[in-house]
Design a protein. Sequence first.
Length: 136
Amino acid sequence: MLRTLEISSSGLVAQRLRMDTIAGNIANSHTTLNEQGQPEPFHRRLVVLEAAAEQSKAIRGLGVQAQVEVDEKSLPRIIHDPGHPHADAEGNVKYPNINVITEFVNALEAARAYEANLTAMQVSRSMIEGTFQILG
């Protein structure tokens, strides 16, 4: 039963990373400069989830590993705004290709997955407590 808690705990960590990454995407949805102060739109971050590496053949359940990847394949949104300080010679500004509505939907999904992992941990805890009560 303790392994169940470890698996759910890895799920909680992964979903928290998703929420943090989504929040960063939303916060930077209008960022037109890179870290060096050059005109370059922010690149959306994505969290990739995968099964944790199996540590032993005797253990059946695996946790989840999460890592953040930068989406450099999607093209920026180009908006004609000659008065913008980061406009190019043609008056176009490159904005990140981040859809805030999609990010909100992803945030809701991550929140529900977080809640599901939390519920699984609570059920496991109840089962452990019940076992201790039976054993006296």
